[in-house]
Design a binder for this molecule. Structure first.
Ligand SMILES: Cc1ncc(COP(=O)(O)O)c(C=O)c1O
Length: 440
């Protein structure tokens, strides 16, 4: 925590923040000792803090900024819209235009509804699954993060003391006070283990509304799902009248139509968020028209009343459209190639230094693990105290060297980046690895 002798602008600001915000922050992920770094401004792939220090931003607001900061096309479009109003108790053309654009990117996106966050998108997708099937339960991957809806949150962060046997992972609450009923209605399955997953699902076949899957779950290890795992879940859901819901809140950035376009699979619903907001709060639920119909207020019977004061506001939809039009096929391919270059460079540095680490990723993201062997699931990706200590040394080193990363040592690229920024990160990681090796 900050001391009285620290008179930097950030320390003074944090002392004020502690009086009014629990822990002095509005989101836990920005906390760091002795105080958070306060952003002053960002341009392109660089952000400058209140102390005047500029860093290359590989966090991109938790993988949500695909074009970095203050992207000129987005600034221009939003500035124009700001002067014309920000939110109306009326529909707007911007919302229709953007829904048309997103639906044109993937044939599985037949109908779409905008919401205000990824959390809300997942909540809408899970409620739509229940409304469509008339069933109460959802299945999810152990350790996967899907936002803060009670059901989505179950077993988001279990540990070896709570997670139970690998054949029957327990439904572990995240928040104190989570109702037992929510825990009972969530079935937890292991990642990339079709045999065990199907055996668990079979035990709840008539009660499951959906199987929820992130194709490259960040906290589970940021490793793409195996094709056979995805196919097994798709087939199981089809056979048993449940829906397959994909969480592409993060992974949509991997391909023009989302990471799902790399698989031979069509989900019933997809939750979107982050990058599709062009830097503004956003979420969307999209998928099969027949399933999305549960939200249709013109239907004979409305099964899922759905609304939101700021949903589809014209600032978000204008920014989102500008961002996604610019994130076309060549832009996606270029960013993915930069990520591949980074992963190869990091892998080389790991071999050269002999550090106990490995790198995983896909699309325009990657993650460095303090593990010799590539983790295959949440339990293998779970960091013990010593690994956590080494991770902190590495992250502090990178921060001091001028790099911002997601606190799992993950990076999400943005289009203003070039090979120069990638190579600079690889080189800083290499010196970080050397430090770790020297420290034993
Ligand atoms: C895969 C995934 N789903 C859902 C969410 C929730 O999104 P939001 O923070 O916009 O509520 C996140 C956020 O990190 C996420 O990574």
């Amino acid at each position: 925590m900050s001391t009285r002798t620290d008179t930097t602008r950030s320390a003074v600001l944090y002392a004020r923040a502690l009086d009014v915000l629990p822990g002095g922050v509005s989101r836990n992920t920005v906390l760091r000792a002795p105080h958070p770094a306060y952003a002053d401004y960002g341009v392109g792939c660089r952000v400058t803090d209140l102390e005047g220090v500029t860093r290359i931003d590989f966090s991109n607001n938790m993988a949500s900024l695909i074009h970095g900061h203050a992207c000129p096309e987005i600034v221009r479009a939003v500035t124009e819209q700001l002067a014309r109003g920000t939110a109306f108790m009326m529909a707007t053309e911007a919302e229709v235009r953007y829904a048309e654009h997103l639906c044109s990117r993937n044939r599985a996106f037949e109908k779409l509804r905008f919401v205000n966050s990824g959390t809300e998108a997942l909540m809408a997708a899970l409620k739509a699954s229940r409304a469509y099937t008339g069933r109460p339960k959802i299945a999810k991957i152990e350790g996967a993060y899907h936002g803060q809806y009670d059901y989505a949150e179950v077993s988001q962060a279990p540990d070896p003391k709570t997670w139970g046997s690998v054949d029957h992972p327990r439904s572990v609450p995240l928040a104190h006070g989570t109702p037992e009923s929510a825990l009972r209605d969530v079935v937890v399955i292991p990642f990339n283990d079709p045999e065990r997953a199907i055996a668990i699902l079979d035990g709840h076949a008539d009660e499951l509304a959906c199987v929820l899957l992130d194709l490259m779950p960040h906290r589970v290890g940021l490793k793409p799902a195996d094709a056979e795992f995805v196919t097994a879940l798709r087939d199981w859901a089809t056979r048993h009248g449940a829906l397959l819901v994909l969480d592409e809140v993060i992974t949509f950035r991997s391909e023009v139509g989302g990471l799902q376009s790399r698989y031979d699979v069509t989900p019933d619903l997809t939750a979107l968020g982050k990058a599709i907001g062009g830097g503004f709060p956003v979420g969307a639920v999209t998928g099969r028209a027949e399933v999305m119909e549960v939200m249709n207020p013109l239907a004979d019977r409305l099964l899922l009343p759905h609304s939101g004061t700021f949903s589809a506001n014209p600032i978000t939809t204008t920014a989102g459209l500008a961002a996604m039009e610019k994130f076309d096929e060549p832009a996606v391919a270029r960013l993915n190639a930069l990520a591949e270059r980074a992963m190869k460079g990091i892998d080389d540095a790991i071999r050269a230094t002999g550090v106990r680490a490995c790198v995983t990723g896909g699309g325009s993201m990657f993650r460095v693990h303090m593990k010799e062997r590539t983790p295959r699931n949440f339990r293998e990706a779970f960091l013990g105290p010593e690994e956590n200590r080494r991770l902190k040394v590495l992250l502090d080193h990178l921060f001091a060297e001028g790099f911002l990363l997601i606190n799992t040592c993950s990076a999400a690229l943005s289009t203003p980046m070039t090979e120069a920024e990638i190579d600079a990160l690889v080189s800083a990681l290499a010196t970080g690895f050397e430090k770790l090796v020297a420290a034993g």
